[in-house]
Design a protein around this ligand. Structure first.
Ligand code: AMP
Ligand code: ZN
Length: 112
């Protein structure tokens, strides 16, 4: 398996863990774009949100629930942003589905 995030999840590439359970692994982004920048990835290799099937709604909901819990744990009471870059136009660079949790500064809109 050549997937970067699969290697992070199985521990063969080091990362800073923030949370893990039987369905997902959350870790610090190596190039943080905000004071808090975490990635939440399913243990199952799923290329992107575009590949989600009818068996995946519970997993997708779980990833968002973990993001909200991590935001609470990180003290992001003023708010935060959750992003799922999808495909080339979406700016996705790692082809293993992941949720970005960004916080600790004011965000702007529209995104780049
Ligand atoms: P995306 O562009 O949405 O696919 O997001 C991929 C994210 O993975 C980027 O924010 C990268 O900074 C992050 N990233 C790449 N390699 C690593 C790594 N080894 N450990 C942690 N985060 C990484
Ligand atoms: Zn993977």
């Amino acid at each position: 398996m050549s997937c970067l995030f699969c290697k992070i999840i199985d521990g063969s590439i080091p990362s800073t863990a923030e949370y893990q359970d039987d369905r997902c692994y959350a870790f610090a982004d190596i190039h943080p774009q905000a004071p808090v920048h975490l990635l939440i990835a399913p243990r199952e290799h799923l290329v992107s949100l575009a590949e989600a099937g009818e068996e995946h709604p519970a997993l997708l909901g779980h990833l968002l629930w973990v993001a909200a819990n991590l935001a609470r744990k990180k003290g992001l009471a003023k708010g935060y942003r959750v992003v799922i870059n999808t495909g080339d136009d979406g700016g996705q660079t790692v082809d293993h589905l992941h949720v970005h949790l960004l916080g600790g500064r004011g965000m702007t809109w529209p995104p780049g």
